[in-house]
Design a protein around this ligand. Structure first.
Ligand code: SME
Length: 153
């Protein structure tokens, strides 16, 4: 079930990002722009950013919010689950996710959305944390998947 208030917010964000990302840049400036717009426009986005694969490790890229772990232990936690299962992972309560990596103890719920490069390989994830339980739903999944597809356009 799509949450229409949230969907409206995402629709406006996508229009703004299309404008911002229409200018020349590279994937790093695009990811920085996306994390800033999402973080400041969406309610409850407590940490918003990217982890990217680098020599088999998942390392932090641009983000907004409190200081985060630079490196995520291989095959552990929500971001690695998104990479390994090749799909978006929505976690209603991080304390119930067996090997969740708590970079900040205030995080309660989370979504990790795989990022694909131009040839369809998964190269990283967009990760968003909330201080409330149960923040993310299929509306977030739908729009965040659209938004991460804008990185390599
Ligand atoms: N909780 C994540 C780690 C990254 S932070 O939330 C910023 C995980 O379990 O992969």
């Amino acid at each position: 079930m799509i949450n229409s208030k949230k969907a409206g917010r995402y629709e406006r964000i996508i229009i703004q990002l299309e404008e911002l990302l229409s200018k020349p840049g590279d994937i790093h400036s695009r990811m920085a722009t996306i994390s800033s717009v999402l973080h400041h426009k969406m309610d409850g986005f407590f940490w918003t950013g990217f982890y990217f694969l680098n020599n088999g490790e998942l390392i932090v890229r641009s983000y907004q919010g409190p200081v985060a772990c630079q490196l995520l232990k291989k095959d552990t936690g929500v971001c690695w689950a998104g990479i390994n299962q090749k799909k978006t992972i929505v976690v209603a309560n991080v304390h119930e996710f067996p090997d969740h990596i708590a970079c900040d103890s205030r995080s309660q719920s989370e979504i990790a959305v795989p990022v694909h490069n131009k040839i369809g390989e998964i190269v990283g994830v967009l990760d968003v944390d909330s201080k409330e339980l149960n923040t993310f739903d299929e509306t977030d999944q739908h729009y965040l998947e659209k938004i991460v597809a804008m990185i390599y356009k």
